[in-house]
Each structure stands twice: as C-alpha cells, then as structure tokens.
Design a protein around this ligand. Sequence first.
Ligand code: PXL
Length: 305
Amino acid sequence: MINEVAQMNKIHNVIPRACAVQDISGFGKVSLTEVIPIMSAMGIEVCPLPTAVLSTHTYEFKGYTFMDLTDQMQGIIDHWKKLGLRFDAVYSGYMGSSEQLEIIKRFMTDAKADGALIVVDPVMGDSSLVNGGFYTPKIRKMVDGMKGLCGIADVITPNLTEACLLIDEECPDHPVNNATIKKYLKKLSRLGAKYVAITSVMDSENSMCVAVYDGDTGKYYKVDCGYVNRLFHGTGDVYTSVLTGALLKGEPITEAANLAAGFVYKAIQATIRHPEIRVREGVLFEPILSTYFSKSEYDKRYVEI
Ligand code: PXL
C-alpha cells in the first residue's frame, strides 16, 4: 500500500524522505524542533542538514550561543551522496550565513534534477528588522542569496516582510487589499517558483490570511488563519512543515495550504488556553499532533481572489 502511494506521487523512497536545511535551537520552538516532529507525524522521514546550533532562537532572548555549521554542510551532503540517498523534498529555512546559500543552491539543483520537490522558506526576519535598518551589506547579501534560492524552488513561503524584501517593494500598510496581494504574489512567482504562499498577511482589521498563487492554474487564493490579537512566534516554520508534508503526500497546493492553516489555527487555540506560555516559547502544537493528521475531513478555509 505504502509503495503504491509512493509510486503514484513519484516518491523515491518507501515513505517520502525530506531533507530539512534549518538550525537547531535548543529552547523556543522554531526550525528543526518543529519540522521534525510535525513532518514525522505526517508520515514523512526527515533528515536534518543543520545550518547552526543555538541555545535558543534569536527573538527576545539575550545571550544565546550560536555555532555556525557552514564548514560541516558540504561534508554532510557528500557523505549522503556516497550513500546514494535520494530525497523526495529539500526544504530550507533559517540559514546561519549567506555563504551557506551557495552550498544549498547546488544541493537543491542536484536534488531537483533527481525529481525532488524544492521548498524554500526565505527566513530573514520580521518588520522590526526592516524598520530598524535591516539594509546592511550583510543583510543585502542574504536577500540576494535568497532570491537565487527562490529561483530554483518549486514552492516559496515568505512572510509579508520577506516577500517585500524579495521583490524590492515597500511593506504595505495593513490591511492589505486583494490587488496588492495579487501583484506581490505574481512578482514573487517571477523569481521562479510555481507555487507561492505569503504568510501572515493582515487582510482586514481583524483577520489574518495566507495568500497563495497556484502556477498550475494561474489562480490566486486567500486562506483564512483566524485572528488573535497577539504575536505568535515560530508559526512560519510550523506552517511550511505542514504544507511541505501535504505536498509530499500528493495534495494540491490549495489543500496543502488549507491543511497547514488549520494546523496553525489549532496550535494557536491550544496556546492561548495557557497565558503563562511566553511568546518566545512558540506555539503549543504538541497536544494536537497525534490527532490532527488522522482526520478525514477539514474545514475549507480558502477562497479564490
Ligand atoms: O524561523 C524562525 C527562526 C528560526 N531560527 C532561528 C530564529 C528564528 C526566528 O527568530 O531566530 C535561530
């Protein structure tokens, strides 16, 4: 049965195998501490290619440790190549340095030629970084490198701030209207990816959505995320993990985007039941992990725009 599904979805392995190129932060859920449990719960094998090891993520924590793993990455890739490993997806998130982008670009190019789905979450920051003088030469290099990575991706999932950096647009005032959303999605798709999802878009005073472009049909969608007036950290990585897992299981982009928004919504609902959880700790997705993906029906959260 598993092999039949694998064949149908053109999967190389017994179950889909994804390489996750992300940091590992010991405390404050982001990146690999979200990607691995979530995608594993979806029935995906995750092979981490760590970009950096940190004691915590970098949002609101002071004095965290940071070990850049650029020097290790090519060796890890070469070893996997010797073993003959084939990936059904390569999914990148937070990178430790812009130098890593060249290594990963080559790795993704090879994996794509071998049939892997390439997902790039161009993690670069939030609006506070942009407003606080984000355009240092170092950051400019990261933005340019991310543009290159987006050029070989099948799917990209920037938040609105990252989207604006990638297409050299000003960050629009909230709420963002449909014409602007569509213009940004189209410009992002010109970087090269067939599917684009912009996360964390405030599309009215009290609603948040993910904006999606489906290059197969040329259609645009908004996926409702619900709205709670507070920041939730680490939800971008949660979102892209579910989206990638669903695509690997053969879901079309609209259904994958829908499933991911529903998961983030449920995790947020679980989090707000515990006001003692601080923003920097991330969202409480663990209580829903064992049940969410076994449902057979999900609320439809998307509309065409
Ligand atoms: O994707 C979010 C993220 C990942 N990794 C690290 C981070 C953040 C956001 O703060 O600091 C290390």
